[in-house]
Design a protein around this ligand. Structure first.
Ligand code: ZN
Length: 153
């Protein structure tokens, strides 16, 4: 499988619900010295968006934030993004490029989506709709899943 597999991490108990989404904003200085770092922070990548897919039994207290945390499985979310229509093939793998579009673009959140960076390898899962953007370009809103890079272990 080339999809991103779910990973185990911790999340605050009150947020530990299936379907809860969050963007991982990176680690705090304090987290680096925490004994739970390897499970809590290390599996996640900064700026990626994750969704809770499973709540596990175990519960701990976060030594840094003094709150109850649950062990959960999270999965990086699939994303709706804009790509030029001539690059749209279901199942194709492309190198993601954010669209250069004006601030007022109707598709802005798909043109420059949170959680994806220029050059990310993504697989096109489905075409959601085709449209003409404010610049007159033929674009498609497609659902994509990021493909992990080989050198990340
Ligand atoms: Zn746009």
């Amino acid at each position: 499988m080339d999809n991103l597999e779910p990973v185990i991490t911790f999340i605050a108990k009150n947020l530990a619900k299936p379907g809860y989404r969050f963007q991982h904003m990176g680690e705090s200085e304090k987290c680096k010295t925490c004994k739970m770092y390897q499970v809590c922070i290390q599996p996640l990548e900064a700026e990626r968006i994750y969704e809770v897919v499973e709540i596990l039994e175990n519960e701990f207290e976060c030594p840094i934030h003094e709150e109850q945390i649950k062990v959960v499985r999270v999965k990086e979310t699939e994303k709706e993004v804009v790509i030029p229509t001539n690059m749209t093939f279901s199942g194709a793998t492309i190198s993601f490029q954010p669209q250069e579009c004006p601030e007022i673009c109707d598709f802005r959140k798909f043109c420059v989506p949170a959680g994806l960076k220029e050059g990310d390898k993504v697989r096109i899962i489905d075409t959601i709709k085709k449209a003409e953007c404010s610049e007159g370009k033929e674009i498609s809103v497609v659902l994509v899943a990021r493909i992990p890079q080989e050198n990340q272990t």
